[in-house]
Design a protein around this ligand. Structure first.
Ligand code: FES
Length: 560
């Protein structure tokens, strides 16, 4: 039942006075008496001059508001912090939980009957879903949508798989400074999130699969009129939820999380999405176990041909049929009794046949892009609690590889030495980066270690790389990530030394440091944790952040 302005009253010890005062102050914003009695839909808006991916926020807010008003409600826009991926130091990951806390507390503290969350850039949608699930007020997720592609010398360009491809060509001396400057202006030509199946797109597809975003809304380009229609419908849907509440905890369940994990495999989605989905699920007390992840990955083919795994861009995905077409391919494997914000079950969403699907982009289950899912978890003496590997974006000839470790002790060491002509490294070696995990460095996207310049110039395009860091969802290569426990807390990664042998086996889903267990233990007795920050958010972060297999949420925010 709607309560509007009388929700979450300010504590003065006199509820009537609190409501009287609130109504009076609401009038100062020019609201008529009639609207003061209307149900309220909060709109979590995340515009920022430091977030290009949210450039369309004003028109999305307007369209959501229109939908709310059309259904007799009162839209109230409120800000939360915004996280623009490339504008944050040391990494946006450090602030995801802060945004989640901001979102949760502002939903809970302010008077609203339902909320529409508008996000898009990598960490914003996870943060909003984590916060909304903990607040558990009826909620609809709306994403800002992907960028459209630019053009360069006859080929399409999209952030940011092509950013990395061209940067690699520049580092290897294939293109000059003038051309890379031209490309810089053509990679990100419209508003919206990265144009490929990176983290933002993966999280949009996950939100749609979970049922917390409207069916068909994940892949609509940011600049399309269809996105404004989806925004208006999101506002209308929030009003429907005021009348017939379905809470996030009814939508984000063990079954819908499993559906989302399966879709993540089928779309060749981002490694980061595993961390985020784990953190979201953790707010409901649901665990994403690596063994189950591997089982789902082995059962689920990649059916979507998009960069960084394949060829297309998000604009192609939308035109080809979007998430719903992928869900139809996976239907026999999905839980069909999960709920969507529009009141339908997954089974009802997928009843009937699709109009048309572009099979160049969305393959049939029996004719997939690759027969196995895009992501797997590895375990072994180097990662006793697991690591993540994106096999769909890796070089198959390196799947079974043993090599000599070339170790970088941290991010500064990496930056200082990776291009040193004297670096003792060959293409068969394994690059190892330590101390870039959650507690060590807030887990930046540094796991995609650059190929040492001298090897890049010889034409080396890929090497096995291992770290406790993350990797951008738009990146590709034979990269082992999220090694747990991380080096900073004395995980086995901390024990690796230059020249040690390491073995990667995708077949066995293993990653092993080929050093005697006693010797690893002996080396770790000398391990020193990094100094703790003395104050502020950095101190809270380092003291309470969980490891990657727990989603890097703060320990006091997960469900207990
Ligand atoms: Fe925002 Fe890529 S930088 S989604």
């Amino acid at each position: 039942m709607k309560k509007g302005l009388s929700n979450s009253l300010t504590n003065y010890g006199d509820r009537e006075f609190a409501l009287f005062l609130r109504r009076s102050f609401a009038r100062s914003m020019g609201q008529s008496e009639k609207l003061l009695d209307a149900p309220i839909v909060g709109i979590a808006a995340t515009a920022s001059g430091f977030n290009n991916c949210h450039r369309t926020m004003p028109e999305l807010v307007e369209a959501v508001s229109r939908g709310v008003v059309a259904e007799g409600g009162m839209p109230r826009v409120f800000p939360t912090i915004s996280l623009g991926e490339v504008f944050l130091n040391p990494t946006s990951m450090k602030f995801r939980n802060l945004m989640a806390m901001d979102t949760e507390e502002m939903i809970r503290a302010q008077p609203m009957d339902a909320v529409v969350l508008i996000g898009g850039c990598d960490k914003t949608v996870p943060a909003q879903l984590m916060g909304a699930l903990s607040a558990d007020l009826p909620a609809v997720q709306l994403v800002t949508g992907p960028m459209s592609t630019g053009r360069h010398k006859g080929e399409r360009l999209g952030a940011c798989t092509d950013c990395r491809r061209f940067w690699g060509r520049f580092r290897g001396g294939e293109i000059d400074a003038a051309e890379i400057e031209t490309v810089e202006g053509r990679l990100a030509q419209t508003a919206g999130t990265c144009a490929v199946m990176g983290t933002a797109s993966s999280m949009a597809c996950i939100a749609e699969t979970l049922g917390i975003a409207l069916p068909g809304s994940a892949a609509i380009p940011a600049v399309s009129s269809e996105r404004l229609v989806a925004a208006e419908l999101s506002g209308r849907t929030a009003m429907a939820l005021v009348k017939n509440p379905i809470r996030p905890s009814q939508i984000i369940t063990e079954k819908s999380v499993e559906n989302a994990l399966r879709v993540l495999m089928a779309i060749g989605g981002s490694t980061n999405a595993i961390i985020h989905l784990t953190a979201i699920a953790g707010r409901a007390g649901i665990k994403v176990a690596y063994d189950r992840l591997n089982q789902i990955s082995d059962e689920t083919p990649v059916v979507l041909d998009l960069k960084p795994v394949g060829e297309g861009y998000m604009e192609d995905f939308h035109a080809a049929g979007g998430v719903e077409a992928v869900l139809r391919e996976l239907k026999p494997l999905l839980h069909l009794d999960t709920l969507c914000v529009d009141g339908r079950t997954m089974g009802e969403r997928l009843a009937g046949e699709a109009d048309w699907v572009d099979r160049r982009v969305i393959h049939e289950f029996d004719n997939p892009v690759t027969v196995n899912g895009g992501l797997i978890a590895l375990r072994g003496s180097l990662a006793p609690d697991g690591a993540i590997f994106k096999r769909a974006a890796a070089t198959e000839s390196l799947f079974e590889h043993e090599g000599r470790a070339v170790v970088f002790e941290g991010l500064e060491d990496l930056a200082a030495r990776i291009d040193d002509p004297a670096l003792d490294v060959t293409a068969d070696d394994i690059l190892v980066l330590k101390n870039a995990g959650p507690k060590g460095a807030a887990m930046p996207e540094a796991g995609y270690l650059p190929i040492p310049r001298k090897l890049a110039q010889q034409g080396v395009k890929d090497m096995v790389r291992i770290s406790d860091a993350r990797m951008s969802g738009t990146a590709f290569g034979t990269v082992v990530l999220h090694v747990a426990p991380e080096a900073a807390i004395g995980g086995a990664l901390a024990a690796v030394r230059n020249g040690d042998r390491i073995r990667l086996s995708v077949k066995d889903k293993s990653i092993d440091l080929l050093v005697d267990a006693d010797e690893i233990a002996r080396r770790l007795t000398k391990h020193q944790p990094p100094p703790a920050p003395s104050r502020g958010y950095a101190s809270l972060y380092q003291a309470t952040v969980n490891q990657a297999p727990q989603g890097c949420d703060f320990d006091f925010l997960t469900s207990r």
